[in-house]
Design a protein around this ligand. Sequence first.
Ligand code: ADP
Ligand code: ASP
Ligand code: MG
Length: 408
Amino acid sequence: MKFGGSSVADADKIKNVARRIAAAKEGGDDVLAVVSARGKTTDGLVALAQEISDRPDPREMDMLLSTGERISCALMAMALHDLGHGARSFTGSQAGILTDDAHMKAKILEVRGDRLREALDEGAIVLVAGFQGMSSDSRNVTTLGRGGSDTTAVALAAALEADVCEIYTDVTGVFSADPRVEAGARKLPLVSHEEMLEMAAMGSKVLALRSVEFARRHDVPLHVRSSFLPEEGTWITKETPDMEKAIVSGIAHRSDEAKVTISGVENRPGVAAQIFTALADKNVNVDTIIQNQSDVSGADVSFTVPLDELRLALDTLEEIRGTLGYRELTSNDQIGKVTLVGAGMKSEPGVAAKMFRVLSEQGINLQMIDTSTIRITVVIDRREVERAVRALHDAFDLAGEAARRADV
Ligand code: ADP
Ligand code: ASP
Ligand code: MG
């Protein structure tokens, strides 16, 4: 069971979650719960660091950020003790979560979990602080990137061969769009790993991308559901042949990206390799790449990066300016992305055309377009993102009958 920040935001909510964990244990299951930092604690810690320093050391950032989850975990153990249960909390490193060295976006390499197994065997409810681990090389505390408690939960579920990994949150499941943006969004009973990967990658933060990758690779059944309501949520599963495939299942959006354009690079083999190797060496997460070759002025290369990596991307490109050679480096930190996802798109022509038509009727200009077999993404002005989501939700009738697939 994994409980997100809003589910443990205050004392009453912590006690509510404790009752839910206790009920699962009393129902006869062995229970391991992963908890996130309370409410906006992580945001608060980030802000605190920024008050102290412009460029805080990443190692110390992880030392700081990992405390939020430890607090929740200890408090949850206390709440469970008061309900008469033996509960023990563990940090990520105590839980044996070993990661690489990439501070603030570490990848889990291995889960040992011996202490957790022992505690479970002794009948205790096990609580693990989400979003953190320990670097197997340096033994430093690491964190897994924002939203990373989901990944902790799925990784532990895989390592302990759990029957199910339940992600408890402030919505009742995965919806056809972010319910905060589209009030008419519909809960999806069943979503395939492939669709969920695209949605998570493109901004549906209800599940962290890496948690979905883990669930797919290790075949962990994932159930996203509400911390506050008992109802069934959304199951994320393998695609099966009898799964009815909606042409469009959902819309994802994100508003925290930036676009970088390098104009007038030489049009010869090796240029793109040089650019993206330099960025990869600095661990910059590059997405949507477009290269356009013009006869007169060489080639232009544009790509997107998370907003908080823009500075690093630009610094990196300035550094290689001498060897790469380009006319101009520009950026736009006012972009957003809107993505349509649907497994049925593979065999259905015309979805992109309809999407572009709907957006043009809204007077929304497309800055970049990017597709996969089950996804179409457009880069647009950030201020138009929410309007685009609502217009597309309506045009593709995602709230209505047309969007309905086999209900479970
Ligand atoms: P937690 O703190 O439980 O980890 P998050 O805030 O990370 O919760 O994720 C839940 C939020 O994800 C919801 O409140 C919702 O606004 C947002 N969200 C974005 N896209 C979707 C979607 N397609 N379905 C459900 N929730 C979504
Ligand atoms: N507390 C971390 C965050 O806010 C991890 C999580 O909530 O999953 O990003
Ligand atoms: Mg989350």
